[in-house]
Design a protein around this ligand. Structure first.
Ligand code: CP
Length: 311
């Protein structure tokens, strides 16, 4: 397949065929991560800059590892150690970085739309590593990859996503991705964390956590994003946990072979109990492992994919 996209800005830009192509490409890279020598020359001579204006453990590390395993030169810049703290604008920062001729900029930013903004102004490829509450495409892709790995398919599965829907970029990318791949997506969360009209994205709203997870094939728990909330949206964490926390008792409502997912970072004892987070149905570290293969695929495709030329 001829991949026609220069940037990876969001799931919204891809159709089902392209999403499956990205997942298949990631499948072909996955095995490299278990070799004794975990390196192939695919992106030799390419420069990738990871520009992170928000905290990250999984996304930043796995984009860096992905680039290194493909032999690219990777450079990490964090917002707090960049000249942004001296008042430089995003556009000026990006223009200065571009003057050093990177091939790909991977960016995480707190503002929704920041990756699109950058892509319009850069001649290199831009990969969105999370922008505000808008999109987190690589997370949704690694989630679909993990579901496919464990269930053998995505179409027809009931996927329940529970938690702070309003402030989650993960959920927006996942609703779009899972929908396009044919899943039946259900959401649940406190009313104060459910944006009006979210069903228009192609999901169903469950009246309770129990309704969302009953007979679910996949249960995906989300963190309360207190750093994005302007005011307190729940009476207490204890109450939140009681009504929207997943534990070994309410998990029995899901299908016996249901898998439990979480994008991380987890708040144990709030949205998920340790018994479930470490229990037999969790695939949380598989998500992290698969993140490297999925990001290898995205970097490879953003660099030109099959049209990559060595010069
Ligand atoms: N899932 C995710 O984006 O994790 P990080 O914030 O650690 O990158």
């Amino acid at each position: 397949m001829n991949f026609q996209h220069r940037h990876v800005l969001g799931i919204k830009q891809f159709n089902a065929t392209e999403l499956n192509f990205i997942l298949d490409t990631a499948e072909s890279f996955k095995e490299i991560n278990t070799r004794k020598i975990k390196k192939v020359p695919t992106l030799r001579g390419k420069t990738i800059i990871n520009l992170f204006f928000e905290a990250s453990t999984r996304t930043r590390t796995s984009f860096e590892i992905a680039g290194k395993r493909l032999s690219a030169d990777t450079v990490n810049i964090s917002g707090s150690s960049s000249s942004v703290v001296k008042g430089e604008t995003l556009e000026d920062t990006a223009r200065n970085i571009e003057a050093m001729h990177p091939d790909i900029i991977v960016m995480r930013h707190g503002a929704s739309g920041a990756a699109d903004y950058l892509a319009k102004r850069m001649s290199c490829a831009v990969v969105n590593a999370g922008d505000g509450t808008h999109e987190h495409p690589s997370q949704a892709l690694l989630d679909s990859f993990t579901i496919r790995q464990h269930k053998g398919k995505i179409a027809g599965l009931k996927v329940a996503i529970v938690g702070d829907i309003t402030h989650s970029r993960v959920v927006r990318s996942n609703i779009d991705c899972l929908n396009k791949l044919g899943a039946d997506v259900w959401l649940s969360g406190p009313k104060t964390m459910l944006p009006p009209g979210i069903e228009r994205l192609g999901c169903k709203l469950a009246p309770s956590l129990a309704a969302a997870i009953t007979d679910a094939d996949v249960v995906m728990m989300l963190r309360i994003q207190r750093e994005r909330q302007g005011k307190t949206l729940i009476p207490s964490l204890r109450e939140y946990s009681r009504y929207f926390g997943l534990n070994e008792f309410n998990l029995k409502l899901a299908r016996p072979d249901a898998i439990v997912m979480h994008p991380g970072p987890m708040n144990r004892g709030v949205e998920i109990s340790s018994a479930v987070a470490d229990g037999p149905q969790n695939v949380i570290l598989d998500q992290v492992e698969n993140g490297v293969a999925v990001r290898m695929a995205l970097l490879y495709l953003a660099a030109g994919g099959e049209n990559l030329v060595e010069d």
